[in-house]
Design a protein around this ligand. Structure first.
Ligand code: C5P
Length: 296
């Protein structure tokens, strides 16, 4: 049996550069993997794929990214063996945290090991991109910080080491569809001015450990549309600001919002304050940069 963690991500920076002929959007994004993670177990079975999950709201059928990744790998490498995959879901669903994509990436890694497949990293990246735009980001396991370009699938892991960042993550109950957020983004009139923040600003801040600069660099083009569909995000932003977070942003297409904290102690205090003052239906997580992708 093989067990793997599948970490969530935050988008520290996400700029939409334009719409592509294939309907996807050209992106420039800086992603941080965090220590909030799903857990997957892979067990050999004679044939066929069985996917189960401890969250009854999650469909484990053909639309599930774990099932998609497993079937794709099985077909591509003509594997006759089967596998039973169990997903312990910890990452909130449809919140912009990349949980499904990370599960898919972990499935490719886990089954490659279980079935002893000989494959190149490029082959795996290509399969991941077929499952979802974000999935390749989670295969770049040697650095927790990755720059994504194209539709997100062209990945460049950043050479570290980097000191961990600390965050308070707030997830309201509203689930947002990535496709609908992009569609809404297209319908909105674009402001043609360049944002004050830039990817190079974020990268410079990360390399120099400058939290103030990183806080100013946080940016997400999808945030206005996420707020339009989930207005409570504005209230969450205010709570995080009041807790002293120097930077606050929506992750991906939302609805999760994170606050950048000064250090571990600040993050603990901010998470405790929010837990006692925020509406009970908000999920509050204290999270940090992921430093241990490997098996449990
Ligand atoms: O690739 P994935 O299936 O995760 O994307 C979900 C949806 O998000 C796509 O169907 C597309 O509408 C939108 N998307 C996009 N541009 C991207 C990534 C996703 O328009 N770069």
């Amino acid at each position: 049996m093989i067990r793997l963690r599948a970490p969530a991500k935050l988008n520290l920076y996400l700029r939409v550069l334009g719409r592509r002929p294939d309907g996807y959007h050209e992106l420039e994004t800086l992603v941080e993997r965090i220590d909030l993670a799903d857990e997957l177990t892979f067990t050999p079975q004679a044939r066929g794929l069985t996917v189960t999950c401890d969250d009854p709201t999650l469909d484990c059928g053909p639309s599930n990214l774990v099932t998609k990744a497993a079937s794709l790998l099985q077909q591509t490498f003509r594997v006759s063996d089967g596998a039973a995959i169990h997903l312990a879901k910890r990452i909130p669903i449809a919140a912009g945290l990349g949980g499904g994509s990370s599960d898919a990436a972990a499935t490719l890694l886990g089954l490659t090991r279980l079935w002893n497949l000989r494959r190149s990293p490029e082959q795996l990246m290509e399969l991941a991109a077929q499952v979802g735009s974000d999935a390749p980001l989670f295969l770049s396991i040697h650095s927790p910080f990755v720059v994504g370009r194209g539709r997100g699938e062209r990945c460049e892991p950043l050479a570290g080491p980097f000191p961990p960042l600390w965050h308070v993550l707030v997830v309201p109950p509203e689930r947002l569809s990535t496709k609908e957020i992009y569609d809404g983004f297209d319908r909105r009139e674009r402001v043609l001015t360049e944002p004050a923040a830039s990817l190079s600003m974020c990268l410079h801040a990360l390399r120099n450990g400058s939290l103030g600069e990183l806080a100013k660099g946080l940016f997400n083009d999808l945030e206005p549309e996420a707020i339009r569909r989930c207005p409570v995000i504005t209230e969450i932003r205010t709570h995080l600001r009041t807790s002293g977070c120097p930077g606050v942003s929506v992750s991906g297409s939302g609805s999760a919002v994170f606050g950048l904290c000064e250090d571990a102690e600040h993050a603990r205090r901010a998470a405790a304050t929010l837990s006692s003052s925020a509406p009970a239906e908000w999920r509050i997580h204290l999270v940090r940069t992921d430093s241990s992708y490997e098996a449990l």
